[in-house]
Structure formats: structure tokens, C-alpha cells
Design a protein around this ligand. Structure first.
Ligand code: G3D
Length: 191
């Protein structure tokens, strides 16, 4: 009886912890995205002034709680020399956020190759992946649909969302976080 009640308690009330890895090319806006997510969901969190956000060397972390879910974010440095460390984090990840700078269509071939590399990693194959098409408030930014076509890969088996965002202005950041939470909660596979 105790085991049954403990099981019910765990299922409905215990906070579920997930790890979400944020990757993308350097300067795409990963750290700004994380700062916005924290400022939306962490009570009294004072977002860093964007001008004070410097290039990620190694790792930034952040925790966001909503409902009975706790998302632990790892924002990984995007410089070429740091990318070889990404797979180490994929092994423990429950979801991936891939940030693309929508204003840098000149980098799209590199972005596409990098995305394929990420999703072909064995540990990522079955994880939900959210592509944040960032800086979308800027004139000349490529639409999310174009980025989606660029990244379409029939080998990726699990959930994929491609959303336009502005990490700087906070547009759609909440929607991204809620998509991750909803997708994780709906798939026992990801638990
Ligand atoms: P990274 O963590 O991927 O390396 P950062 O990227 O979060 O450090 O952001 C890199 C630069 O892009 C920063 O500008 C930041 O303010 C800017 N940026 C991030 N998100 C957006 C966005 O949605 N819109 C616009 N217009 N700019 C954004 P600086 O000038 O500090 O390098």
C-alpha cells in the first residue's frame, strides 16, 4: 500500500528534473535565450543586461521551474574548439535547444551541417529538439519556415519544433520553454 501511494505521489507531485542542452554557433544568442528564460520563469530574477553578456567559454547553467517540472539548462559554448565537448552533455540530456541566428544566412550551410551532426548523435536521436530561430525581430531575418526547410532531416525520429524568437526582446521564449515541458511530459520515453 505504501509503495502504491508513494508511486502515485511521485507521479503527480514530485518535481521531475530534466536536462536541456542549448547549442548553436557562437553569437547565435544562446546565453541571451537562457537569460530570457530565467527572467520569465524565475521569480525576482534580474536579467543580465544584454551588453554584459559575453561569449560563453565552457558552460552557463540555469534552472527554470514550472508546474511540477524543473528544467536544468546547459548553455554550451559554440566556438569550434568547444563543440567537441557537446556530445559529453548529450548523453545526459532530455531535450535540445538549437539556436540559429536568422540574420546570418551566410552561415546557413555551416548551421545545417552542424545541426545534422547534432541530431545524428545517438544520444540525441530520440530527444525532442527545439530550433529557436533567433534575432527574428531584425529586418532581413530569415523566416522560421526557411530555416525549417534548411534543417529538415528525415532521419530524426522524435519531436521537432522550429519557432521564430527574439531572445533580446523575449518574444516566444516562454512558448519555447512550454513546448519543451509539454513535449517531455507527453512522452514517457523521455522520462
Ligand atoms: P551566444 O551565447 O550564442 O554566443 P549571445 O550569443 O547570447 O552572447 O548573443 C550574441 C550577440 O547577439 C549579443 O550581442 C546579443 O545581444 C545579440 N542577440 C542575442 N539575441 C538577440 C536577438 O534576439 N536579437 C538581436 N538583435 N540580437 C540578439 P553583442 O552585441 O553583445 O555581441
Amino acid at each position: 500500500m505504501y509503495t502504491l501511494s508513494a508511486g502515485i505521489w511521485e507521479k503527480f507531485f514530485k518535481k521531475k528534473d530534466y536536462f536541456v542542452v542549448i547549442v548553436g554557433l557562437d553569437n547565435a544568442g544562446k546565453t541571451t535565450f537562457l537569460e530570457q528564460a530565467k527572467s520569465h520563469f524565475v521569480k525576482d530574477y534580474g536579467m543580465l543586461n544584454p551588453s554584459k553578456i559575453t561569449a560563453t567559454v565552457g558552460l552557463n547553467t540555469g534552472k527554470v521551474e514550472l508546474n511540477n517540472t524543473c528544467l536544468n539548462f546547459w548553455d554550451l559554448g559554440g566556438q569550434e574548439s568547444l563543440r567537441e565537448l557537446w556530445p559529453t552533455y548529450f548523453d545526459d540530456a532530455n531535450a535540445i535547444i538549437f539556436v540559429v541566428d536568422a540574420t546570418r544566412s551566410d552561415l546557413f550551410p555551416t548551421v545545417s551541417a552542424l545541426f545534422k551532426e547534432v541530431i545524428s548523435n545517438d544520444a540525441v536521436q530520440n530527444l525532442p529538439v527545439l530550433v529557436a530561430v533567433n534575432k527574428s525581430e531584425m529586418e532581413g531575418a530569415s523566416p522560421a519556415a526557411e530555416v525549417r526547410m534548411l534543417l529538415e532531416d528525415e532521419n530524426h525520429q522524435s519531436d521537432l519544433a522550429v519557432l521564430p524568437v527574439s531572445a533580446l526582446e523575449g518574444t516566444n521564449i516562454e512558448r519555447c520553454v512550454r513546448w519543451i515541458v509539454r513535449t517531455l511530459a507527453s512522452q514517457p520515453l523521455y522520462l
